[in-house]
Design a protein around this ligand. Structure first.
Ligand code: GLC
Ligand code: CA
Length: 554
C-alpha cells in the first residue's frame, strides 16, 4: 500500500565519496555516514538519497556499476550498509538508493560476457555494425555526454557498442525483456533489504528511437535527442512499476531530462503507475542536462518555470532542488554576488524553495552554505572535466584558457569537494589527505562553527524544516505566485481550507521596494520565519532589506 509519505518529506542527498571518511583513507564511506546519522536527524529531514554505493571501478564515481547487489570496497561492506539503514530507520529516516540502469560498468559480468558474439548476454547491450568501408565508422552520429562519440569499437567482434556516457558505461538494451526483468529483480532485492525507494539515474534515456537514427548535432558537443523519452519509455517504466515499485510503500524520483510540465502528467500522475516524481532541469538554466554552459540566470523565467510545475494537478507531485552532485553550488548562481551576506543569501534561497508544493532536496553542504572552489587545473577529478580538458588540449590548445573559465563556472567538481565539518585538518572530513581538494574556505564555513551560532544558515534550515512538517497548507495547498514580473522578489501565497501562508523573499543583495497586492491583508497574521532579527510583524508596502526572507501565516 502506498502512503505517499514523500509529499510531506524533505530529502537530504549524500554523495558518499565526499561526505565523511570513517576509516582514514581519504575517501568518504558508509561508516562515515553512520557516524553522522545524528547530525542528519538533527536537520529534520525525512529521508536520505544516497548516490551509488554499489561495486564499481569508479570511472564515474559509482555511476558505473559492476555488481548491483554488493557494496564498493572503498565504501565498506554489505554489513556496514545494513547497520547504516537500521540506524536510519531507527531514527525515522528513510533511505532512497540510486538506481543506475541505463548503463552498467564495462566490468559488469554481463558486459564481459557480452563481448562474445555468441553469448546469451550479447543482447543485453546495444551492439551494431559500423558504417563506411570495413565498418570503421560509428553506427550513427550520437555523441557521449562525456565528450566524443557515443560508440566504442570492439576489435574482438568487429562491432561497436553504444555508451551515452563514458566508454566504461555501456548502455543496457531495454528492448531485451531479460534486461527489464533483471532490473526489476535488482529493485526487489534492495526493497527486501529495507530500501524505501529509488532515484532513477538518467531514466528517460532507456528507450532509444527505433533504428537509432542520426540526430541533429547541437553545438557544443552535447548529446542527441534521439534517446530522450523514447518510444517505449512509458511502457518500460509502467512494467517496472508493476513488477517492483508498486509492491512496496516506495517512492521513486526520476532524473528525467525531457519531462516538462507539458508531459509530466503522463509520467508522474498517481493514476499512471510509473514514477512518483521527477527532477527536471529547466530551472537550473540548462535545457539539456550536460549542456556545457548554463545560460545566464533569468529570474523571471525561473519563477515562471517553477510556477508551471506548481499548477499541475495535486496528483502530480513536483520536486524542488537547487543543488546536487552534478551542478556547481547554488551560491552565487541564483543570488548574484553576495559579498559578506553569504548566509543571508542561503536563507533567502532556502525560504524560497521549502514552502512550495513539492518534495524538496537539500544537497550535503547546502545547509551550511558551501561554495564553489577556485580549482587549479590539476584539481579536477570528475571524468567530465578531465575529458573536456584533455580533448581541448588535443584539438585546440588555444581554447584551454576558455575551457578553464567554463569549468570554474560549470564543473561538477564544485559539488564534490569534501564536506566541511570542522575548522581542523582536512575540514574534519578525514584524518588522511582527502581524495579531492578541500575548499580552503573550510576554516570559516563548517558545521562546527554553524552549530555554535543560533543565527547560522544551518540553524535556519532546522527552523524552516520544523515549521514545514505536517502542515497541510504546505503539503497540499494551492500555489499562487505574487508579482511574477518582479526582477528582485520571489513571493507566493499558499492556501488550503482557509489557511494561508505568504512567503516573500528578496533575491538581491540590495534593498528593494515592494508593493503588496491589494487583496492581501495582514490582520491576525503571524510571523513564522524570518532571517533578520527585527523582520516586521505586519507587512505593509515596504522595503525589503538585502536577501530578506519572511514567511507569514495569514
Ligand atoms: C546522472 C548522474 C551523473 C552521472 C550520469 C551517468 O546524470 O547524476 O552523476 O555521471 O548520470 O550515470
Ligand atoms: Ca574511507
Amino acid at each position: 500500500m502506498k502512503t505517499r509519505w514523500y509529499k510531506d518529506a524533505v530529502i537530504y542527498q549524500i554523495y558518499p565519496r565526499s561526505f565523511c571518511d570513517g576509516n582514514g583513507d581519504g575517501i568518504g564511506d558508509i561508516r562515515g555516514i553512520i557516524s553522522k546519522l545524528d547530525y542528519i536527524k538533527s536537520l529534520g529531514v525525512d529521508a536520505v538519497w544516497l548516490s551509488p554505493v554499489y561495486k564499481s571501478p569508479n570511472d564515474d564515481n559509482g555511476y558505473d556499476i559492476s555488481d548491483y547487489r554488493d557494496i564498493m570496497d572503498e565504501f565498506g561492506t554489505l554489513d556496514d550498509w545494513k547497520e547504516m539503514i537500521d540506524g536510519m530507520h531507527s531514527r525515522d529516516i528513510r533511505l532512497i538508493m540510486d538506481l543506475v540502469v541505463n548503463h552498467t560498468s564495462d566490468e559488469h559480468a554481463w558486459f564481459v560476457e557480452s563481448r562474445n558474439k555468441d553469448s546469451e548476454y550479447r543482447d543485453y547491450y546495444i551492439w551494431r555494425k559500423g558504417r563506411g568501408k570495413n565498418g570503421k565508422k560509428p553506427p550513427n552520429n550520437w555523441t557521449s555526454n562525456f565528450v566524443g562519440p557515443a560508440w566504442e569499437y570492439d576489435e574482438q567482434s568487429g562491432e561497436w557498442y553504444l555508451h551515452l556516457f563514458s566508454k566504461k558505461q555501456p548502455d543496457l538494451n531495454w528492448e531485451n525483456p531479460k534486461v527489464r526483468q533483471e532490473v526489476a529483480d535488482i529493485c526487489n532485492y534492495w526493497f527486501d533489504l529495507g530500501v524505501d525507494g529509488f532515484r532513477c539515474d538518467v531514466i528517460t534515456y532507456i528507450s532509444k528511437k527505433d533504428g537509432l537514427p542520426d540526430g541533429k548535432l547541437k553545438f557544443p558537443l552535447v548529446g542527441d535527442e534521439n534517446y530522450i523519452v523514447g518510444p517505449n519509455y512509458h511502457k518500460y517504466i509502467h512494467e517496472l512499476n508493476e513488477r517492483s515499485f508498486s509492491r512496496y510503500d516506495s517512492m521513486t524520483v526520476g532524473e528525467s531530462i525531457g519531462i516538462t510540465p507539458d508531459n509530466a502528467f503522463d509520467a508522474i500522475d498517481e493514476s499512471v503507475g510509473e514514477l512518483d516524481t521527477v527532477f527536471s532541469f529547466d530551472h537550473m538554466g540548462v535545457d539539456f542536462k550536460f549542456k556545457v554552459l548554463p545560460s545566464k540566470f533569468n529570474f523571471v523565467k525561473y519563477k515562471k518555470i517553477l510556477n508551471r510545475w506548481q499548477q499541475l494537478p495535486k496528483t502530480c507531485q513536483p520536486t524542488i532542488f537547487l543543488e546536487n552532485h552534478d551542478y556547481p553550488r547554488c551560491l552565487p548562481r541564483f543570488t548574484g554576488d553576495y559579498g559578506d551576506r553569504r548566509e543571508l543569501a542561503g536563507m533567502a534561497l532556502a525560504t524560497s524553495m521549502l514552502f512550495m508544493r513539492a518534495t524538496p532536496y537539500i544537497y550535503q553542504g547546502q545547509e551550511i552554505g558551501m561554495t564553489n572552489c577556485a580549482f587549479k587545473q590539476e584539481d579536477y577529478k570528475d571524468i567530465m572535466s578531465v575529458n573536456a580538458l584533455s580533448m581541448i588540449k588535443k584539438v585546440c590548445p588555444l581554447l584551454l584558457p576558455y575551457a578553464r573559465k567554463v569549468l570554474l563556472k560549470r564543473a561538477r567538481d564544485h559539488a564534490r569537494t569534501p564536506m566541511q565539518w570542522t575548522a581542523g585538518d582536512n575540514a574534519g572530513f578525514s584524518t588522511a589527505e582527502p581524495w579531492m581538494v578541500v575548499n580552503p574556505n573550510y576554516k570559516e564555513i563548517n558545521v562546527e562553527d554553524s552549530e555554535k551560532r543560533s543565527d547560522s544558515l544551518l540553524n535556519f534550515y532546522r527552523k524552516a524544516l520544523a515549521f514545514r512538517k505536517g502542515k497541510e497548507v504546505i503539503i497540499n495547498g494551492d500555489f499562487r505566485l505574487v508579482c511574477p514580473k518582479s526582477k528582485d522578489i520571489f513571493a507566493y501565497i499558499r492556501e488550503c481550507e482557509g489557511k494561508r501562508l505568504f512567503v516573500i523573499v528578496n533575491f538581491k543583495n540590495k534593498q528593494v521596494n515592494f508593493k503588496l497586492p491589494k487583496e492581501l491583508t495582514f490582520d491576525n497574521c503571524a510571523l513564522a520565519l524570518f532571517n533578520y532579527a527585527d523582520s516586521p510583524k505586519v507587512l505593509n508596502s515596504m522595503k525589503l532589506r538585502e536577501y530578506e526572507a519572511i514567511v507569514y501565516e495569514l
